[in-house]
Write a protein that binds this ligand. Structure first.
Ligand code: HDL
Ligand code: ZN
Length: 417
């Protein structure tokens, strides 16, 4: 066994090891180069992140239409002025912009937005992907790919060769949440789905899924669900899960990711920023994990109030892997709280974080901030066991960090229940 880390050095060593461990980021909205403008990067995209748009409307209310008709650069100037210059940028989303600029070696103290723009104009997307992956110490990012998206679909239909660092996921919100409209879209693509989800419709939905699995080679299938998600019930969602999605997921040994608790468009004027959160019913997760032991489920929940019960549910089902501090959970105070309770209840058998990045550069700050918190919590836990006489070694800390930052996910993908 390698030399134990002296108790007084555990914190520093754990921090270094976590920083040095490359991450597999299991949920993002990033796109590889062939998807063109769907790949967002640069300072104006950073500043017009929908999180910051919501925050800007709080301090500088204006007619929504007036904001949306502004150019991206003018929207960024507006947000920069109100959230960064006229008041201190201390929210997590504001701080993230500054962390990213700082890690890119730009002079944050100068507060010179046009100088930052100059830097991004001086580079290109391909070089920037390499630069960002290196700074964030990422090895792979998992995308969110939607066959119902009219811009994205043709890219897949034409055929796309992906950079191996970008992994696809088959996202199916429109199918599961709006079956009637999805049925019409499937019909327009040649699938016979006009009979109210009877057996023949179900067969056609399975064919649609298999067509896209062959085209996209996704590493999991995913959906976001509202707080009132229940399972089983008499909805089209239950029928689609039971008869279409989960049988196909089993056949291809693909996990099904459920992201539960989004209250969609509580303020539609804010567009992407208009969604909110609601406490969901974890028993739906328990029922689906219990009913389908040969399926694998990745689950993250949006409400802080659901986190402890989700940890307990994960203790009951080996086919349930909980992950990330999603969206409104992705703030230091909550990341720390739920990482502690996850390690205390689940040890290292969970996936502590994903970035959910929409702008390429965001992975720099989202992972720098989260690595710091995860390392601090881990250091506490190693110090606790070292106090009993247990020997904590660099080799084992490195092993554990690799599990948390990608290894658990990869093993879960490989595992056949
Ligand atoms: O449904 C999702 O995947 C969410 O992450 C939404 O995309 C949300 O708008 C978001 O970006 N959250 O971080
Ligand atoms: Zn997301």
């Amino acid at each position: 066994m390698s030399q134990p880390i002296p108790a007084t050095s555990i914190r520093a060593e754990v921090g270094r090891i976590v920083r040095e461990t490359p991450v597999l980021d299991i949920h993002t909205h990033l796109y590889d180069l062939p998807f063109g403008d769907l790949l967002l990067w640069g300072v104006d995209e950073l500043i017009t992140y929908h999180y910051l748009i919501a925050e800007a409307f709080r301090v500088a209310p204006m007619p929504y239409g007036a904001f949306w008709s502004m150019s991206k650069q003018n929207q960024a100037d507006h947000i920069w002025r109100h959230l960064f210059l006229e008041r201190s940028p201390v929210s997590e989303a504001c701080r993230g912009v500054l962390t990213t600029l700082s890690e890119l070696d730009l002079d944050v103290g100068a507060r010179d937005l046009n100088a930052y723009r100059e830097f991004f104009r001086s580079t290109n997307a391909k070089d920037h992907i390499d630069r960002v992956f290196k700074l964030a110490n990422l090895r792979e990012v998992v995308m969110t790919n939607d066959p119902f998206d009219p811009i994205e679909r043709p890219v897949w239909e034409k055929g796309v060769v992906l950079d191996p660092r970008f992994k696809p996921v088959l996202r199916m919100d429109p199918l599961l949440i709006g079956w009637d409209k999805a049925a019409e879209m499937l019909q327009s693509w040649g699938y016979k789905t006009a009979r109210g989800l009877d057996n023949e419709d179900q067969e056609e939905v399975r064919r649609f899924l298999e067509d896209w699995i062959r085209r996209m080679r996704p590493i999991y299938m995913a959906v976001s669900l509202t707080p009132d998600f229940s399972f089983p019930d008499f909805s089209a969602t239950t029928t689609l899960l039971d008869r279409c999605i989960l049988p196909v997921a089993r056949e291809y040994n693909l996990p099904f990711a459920m992201m539960i608790g989004v209250k969609r468009q509580v303020n539609p004027n804010l567009k992407l920023a208009g969604d909110a959160v609601g406490r969901a019913d974890v028993s739906a997760v328990e029922h689906i994990c219990e009913r389908y032991p040969a399926n694998k489920f990745l689950v993250t929940m949006l409400s802080r109030e659901n986190q402890h019960e989700l940890c307990v549910a994960a203790r009951k089902f080996p086919n349930l892997m909980i992950f990330g501090c999603w969206w409104f959970m992705n703030n230091p105070s909550i990341i720390e709280e739920i990482t502690r309770e996850r390690i205390e209840l689940l040890g290292l058998s969970m996936i502590p974080q994903h970035s959910d990045a929409r702008v390429l550069d965001q992975v720099i700050y989202k992972w720098k901030h989260s690595r710091g918190i995860i390392a601090e919590v881990l250091a506490d836990k190693y110090e606790d066991v070292a106090a009993t006489g247990w020997k904590v070694t660099e080799e084992e800390v490195r092993r554990d960090a690799a599990l948390l930052l990608g290894g658990n996910f990869e093993r879960f993908l490989e595992w056949k229940p």
